[in-house]
Design a protein around this ligand. Structure first.
Ligand code: SF4
Length: 505
């Protein structure tokens, strides 16, 4: 374990010819060699994962199941197999919402009062133990891997809602390519199964004929995403042009060891702004190769109220809202038709007042009940003077950012259709929010240095919420994309936070 723990500190090694285990000769993603099956799989450097059996990823949410998953699990008499399962409701159903396109799956596991999966017994999955690993819901089998299909190939990553991933424990992903290809095949099969379920239920999104009102087939679109990429609202580039931007970002992450996280983040923003200017001027994106991202600094670096409130909104979304959600399971486990029942209507009203009250408290009044820290003044915690960030922590933040950028999960289809700038700003908000979370935890213990265990905990919580944000409705996605599209949105907050890491009282 000591050996594994030491890996938690490793940052990706520098590599001018970037691109994980699929490194091309000339630094371009799309020149990567395909394997025997014709798949180009890009795997990030320095990223480790193997399940360590802590059981933590089996709590905090309900596991979504396809009809196929549910079909093979529902008929087992679980109640008689273990006393912990006896007399328990193990599933709930959202078929109506799934049909309407409002839920990701038709069936879910029903968590216990503490938010853990009902099948988690002594930190082990009872379905796995009783039926075998391949009988678990596919969501569980694929977790925590991500696979993003692009015109260049498939980009792999892991999410930190697994503690082993957050701690960078296990073998390097670059040494697990065969296993990753198996998971990729399963991911593709799973997407097909989910679409089949949707088709069988005549699900959603089919446009209606203006003449008859009947549902008609939507026009056929390319099934390879990212034919084009929205850099920001109204500025769209080809995938080839985006690769120039991506290579520049990867170069920043892998080769600029002289920059700390407070310098890397704004430098990434400058690269995006330069790319937008090039596109709008009709200049070739290759000009980005010679661009040196010098970070602009305003004379006044005091954050404005809008910037602060947007950041606190994200803090609420990442850390406060999920705690209430676990307490209010009745609300999201209810099918829409049940809302007219007076008891349920009362529950809905009570839940929404709770959400609203806590949101206003955090966003407007800067106070929140932070997990692991209790009631905190968020502004005071953010401004509190702390010891400078250690290299270990600086590397940790940079590795998370590198992984997100590499895996292509921060924009486009994997991120509810965010543009690149909005997705990048969301990553910046995430890092600031994690630092505030860890400052709250340390402050509650009267400490003045960030603690790596608080950072693990923060990322474990945050990455789950980034995943759920990727599944929001189209309307919510448009609103988020718009709200995050402002250039250099969180630079002043970042600067203020950096000033707080200079020690002193
Ligand atoms: S079904 Fe098994 S693997 Fe999936 S969340 Fe529940 S306990 Fe964990």
């Amino acid at each position: 374990m000591a050996d594994l723990e030491s890996n938690a500190q490793s940052a990706p090694e520098g590599n001018t010819e970037h691109q994980g285990s699929c490194a091309p000769a000339n630094g371009k993603h799309n020149d990567c060699e395909a394997d025997a099956s014709g798949i180009k799989l890009f795997v990030p450097e320095g990223v480790r994962y193997n399940c360590q059996g802590c059981g933590r990823c089996c709590s905090g949410w309900s596991v979504g199941m396809t009809e196929e998953d549910y079909g093979r699990i529902k008929d087992i008499d679980w109640q008689s197999l273990h006393p912990e399962l006896a007399g328990k409701e193990l599933f709930f159903h959202r078929e109506e919402e799934f049909k309407a396109g409002l839920a990701g799956h038709p069936h879910y596991t029903k968590p216990r009062a503490d938010g853990s999966c009902p099948f988690l017994i002594n930190k082990l999955c009872f379905i796995h133990g009783h039926l075998g690993e391949d009988q678990k819901p596919v969501t569980c089998r694929l977790f925590p891997y991500s696979f993003v299909e692009t015109p260049s190939g498939v980009y792999t990553g892991v999410v930190y809602n697994s503690m082993a991933a957050a701690k960078n424990q296990g073998d390097l992903l670059t040494d697990q390519k065969d296993a990753l290809l198996d998971y990729l095949a399963l991911t593709r099969k799973y997407a097909t199964a989910l679409n089949k379920t949707a088709a069988a239920m005549e699900v959603k999104d089919k446009p209606k004929s203006l003449e008859t009102g009947a549902q008609v087939d939507a026009p056929v679109e390319s099934n390879v995403p990212f034919q084009t990429v929205e850099l920001t609202l109204g500025t769209v580039v080809t995938w080839e042009e985006f690769l120039e931007v991506d290579n520049k970002l990867m170069d920043l992450m892998l080769n600029r060891k002289d920059l700390n996280i407070f310098q890397v983040l704004p430098a990434g923003s400058e690269i995006l702004q330069k790319a937008i200017r090039l596109k709008r001027a009709g200049s070739p994106m290759t000009e980005l190769r010679d661009f040196d991202p010098v970070v602009a600094s305003d004379a006044d670096m005091t954050p404005g109220a809008v910037e602060e409130m947007t950041l606190r909104t994200m803090f609420y979304r990442f850390f406060i809202y999920p705690m209430i959600r676990v307490d209010e399971k009745g609300l999201w486990q209810m099918q829409r038709r049940n809302i007219l029942n007076p008891v349920n209507a009362f529950m809905v009203a009570r839940s929404f007042s709770r959400y609203t009250f806590s949101a206003l408290g955090a966003i407007l009044f800067k106070h929140a009940k932070v997990p692991g820290a209790g009631n905190m003044n968020l502004e005071a915690a953010a401004k509190k003077h702390f010891e400078p960030l250690s290299k270990e922590l600086d590397d940790y933040f940079k590795r998370w950012l590198y992984l997100k950028l590499f895996a292509k999960t921060y924009f486009g289809p994997a991120a509810a259709g965010f543009g690149v700038v909005s997705g990048y700003n969301c990553l910046m908000a995430s890092i600031i929010a994690v630092m505030i979370f860890a400052k709250c935890c340390a402050t509650s213990r009267k400490e003045k240095a960030l603690n790596i265990d608080d950072i693990y905990e923060a990322y474990w919580r945050l990455d789950r919420e980034l995943l759920t944000m990727g599944q929001v409705s189209k309307q919510e996605s448009v609103a988020f994309n718009f709200a995050f599209a402002t250039p250099r949105l969180f630079h002043k907050m970042l600067f203020e936070l950096q000033q707080g890491f200079k020690g002193g009282s």
